[in-house]
Design a binder for this molecule. Structure first.
Ligand code: SF4
Length: 537
């Protein structure tokens, strides 16, 4: 019988580490995915908050934290572009510390048949209930968990004793309407929000900003989007839950700015009105505002824009994608047209709502004329007074999408020889992209693709420069950056101090076995503290 080791026999001591695997460009963001998992485990009394340790790759070495915390299970949340990074971290941990590893997120949910070491178990789709059941089973079984026990858990994949990949039955989605507000205190305060600059009342100002969800899923099925491998249908959280969180974040942390991360936010007018009603009842309407709401231009009319304005929207994100009607029809679900994009952008402009427009390049079968159509639309967009930002990306065939199937059928992807790092649409930290790594060349040469990329970069810079010319904008950005650096430094110090109390046994062992190390730990801790005080006083 193949079994998965359980490292501790006392279920009260059972411990779980969670890691959100992202690269440096995303490390400032609160790990919302892990917060949902931890919150579910604590609310359902599967684990206490002390039994869960979220590892922050921004300033922590996961191997060292695992050595201190001695978890029974480690959960990795992983998207395709960061799979290699995740495998590297898991390998390093396993070299030093034998532990059962779980991978969840888009990558494994799209490719359950590709599960392999260093990961032992894959969680498919929505993770909360599945992880809770896995933890319960591992807690109950004192030394090992058998294949037979795992086979009964819906929503997972694992390799059985015969070396065969077993995929269990599909897990039903949780009832989002019954979910309570998240307990944000499961994260350190410094990790919850970031400082960002917004133009409010005509002036650039720095605001504490938090990302939240008000729903899961999207009614559309665009060929390049993998949302359906994780979310089923469109499921709203209750307006009460959403506003409970907004209220707590506003009152407890002084957060005024919220980014709602729903796949598509503006689907239903009655739903948006429910949220407005709830905000009004709590006396929050007008005190908080919302940016970057994902909308579909084909769902927008003037009434919807007015509702969003009343809700407190200051900016929206439109996935414009292509200027070509043929490409839109082929890859973007829901009959989107250039006219709808233009009309909705203008309508948002009429109500002083800014628009982030995103475009896609180099789709399969895309011709040079079609790329030019996209460019002309992007140029039109860049010259709108309410254009906030212009994003552009390489069409990427993510696993789990129709585009992936198309690329495999075209012989463009050899699924056994993929370099997962290439699935990062572009390097967010530099806005750069290695143009030798696009997926669909069609009749383009490398030189062509570089030229097109440069043309879009110019448009994007044009929009950015408009913002930089606003008096006080650059200074506000510098101030936001200074405050964010301070937050990160404070967070690192707080976590180290916190660990000292949470892992007394570890430090005691270090003092007894490696006294030189503990001296250096305290030395650097005090040095960090001095540096922090000097820099941020
Ligand atoms: S509308 Fe957005 S979230 Fe929905 S399927 Fe298309 S790309 Fe995905």
């Amino acid at each position: 019988m193949k079994s998965f080791p359980v490292n501790k026999i006392n279920s009260k001591e059972f411990r779980l580490c969670l890691i959100n695997v992202v690269d440096r460009s995303y490390l400032d963001e609160a790990p919302l995915n892990l917060l949902y998992l931890a919150d579910y485990l604590v609310k359902n009394k599967i684990l206490s908050r002390k039994q869960i340790r979220i590892i922050d790759l921004d300033f922590e070495d996961p191997v060292k934290i695992v050595e201190k915390f001695e978890p029974n299970l480690i959960g990795f949340s992983v998207i395709t572009a960061f799979y290699s990074l995740a495998a590297d971290i898991a390998n390093k941990i396993k070299e030093k510390y034998p532990v059962t590893t779980i991978i969840g997120g888009y990558h494994i949910s799209s490719l359950p048949e590709k599960l392999k070491q260093p990961f032992d178990i894959g969680v498919l789709g929505e993770g909360e209930a599945t992880l809770a059941e896995l933890v319960s089973v591992f807690k109950k079984n004192k030394t090992s968990v058998s294949d037979a026990k795992l086979e009964k858990i819906p929503g997972i994949t694992f390799i059985n004793k015969l070396g065969k990949i077993v995929k269990t039955q599909i897990r039903l989605a949780i009832d989002t309407k019954k979910a309570d507000a998240l307990d944000w205190s499961l994260l350190h305060a410094e990790k919850i929000f970031q400082n960002q600059v917004f133009l409010v009342d005509g002036k650039p100002q720095v605001f504490k900003t938090v990302r939240i969800y008000s729903a899961r899923g999207c009614p559309y099925n665009c060929a390049f989007c993998a949302h359906r491998v994780v979310w089923t249908g469109v499921r709203y959280f209750s307006a009460k839950k959403v506003v409970d969180e907004i209220e707590a974040l506003y009152k407890d942390y002084g957060v005024q700015s919220f980014q709602i991360m729903d796949d598509t936010f503006a689907i239903s007018k009655p739903r948006a009105r429910d949220l407005i009603r709830e905000l009004k009842e709590r006396n929050l309407l007008g005190k908080v505002f919302f940016s970057h709401l994902f909308i579909r231009a084909n769902l927008i009319d003037e009434e919807f824009v007015q509702i969003l304005k009343e809700f407190g929207a200051i900016s929206v994100f439109i996935g414009i994608e292509f200027g070509s009607a043929r490409l839109l029809k082929r890859y973007k679900d829901g009959q989107l047209t250039n006219e709808q994009v233009k009309n909705s952008t203008k309508l948002f402009g009429k109500y002083n709502i800014f628009v982030f427009g995103s475009f896609m390049l180099f789709a399969p079968t895309e011709t040079k004329e079609e790329t030019e159509e996209t460019y002309q639309l992007a140029k039109w967009f860049a010259n709108q007074k309410n254009a906030l930002s212009l994003g552009y990306s390489v069409t990427t065939p993510y696993p789990g999408t129709k585009l992936w199937t198309e690329a495999v059928d075209m012989g463009i992807l050899d699924t056994d020889k993929l370099v997962w790092d290439d699935f990062l649409m572009f390097d967010l930290s530099s806005g750069d992209r290695d143009m030798t790594k696009i997926f669909f060349y069609n009749d383009y040469s490398d030189r062509d693709t570089e030229k097109i990329w440069a043309k879009f970069a110019k448009l994007s810079n044009h929009v950015q420069q408009k913002w930089e010319s606003i008096p006080g904008w650059t200074e506000s950005l510098i101030e936001a950056d200074r405050q964010n650096q301070k937050l990160r430094a404070a967070l690192a110090l707080k976590q180290r101090a916190h660990d000292l109390f949470v892992f007394p046994k570890y430090y005691l062992r270090q003092i007894l076995t490696k006294p030189e190390k503990i001296t250096s730990y305290f030395y650097y801790f005090i040095k960090d503290l001095q540096r922090f005080n000097k820099k941020h006083k």
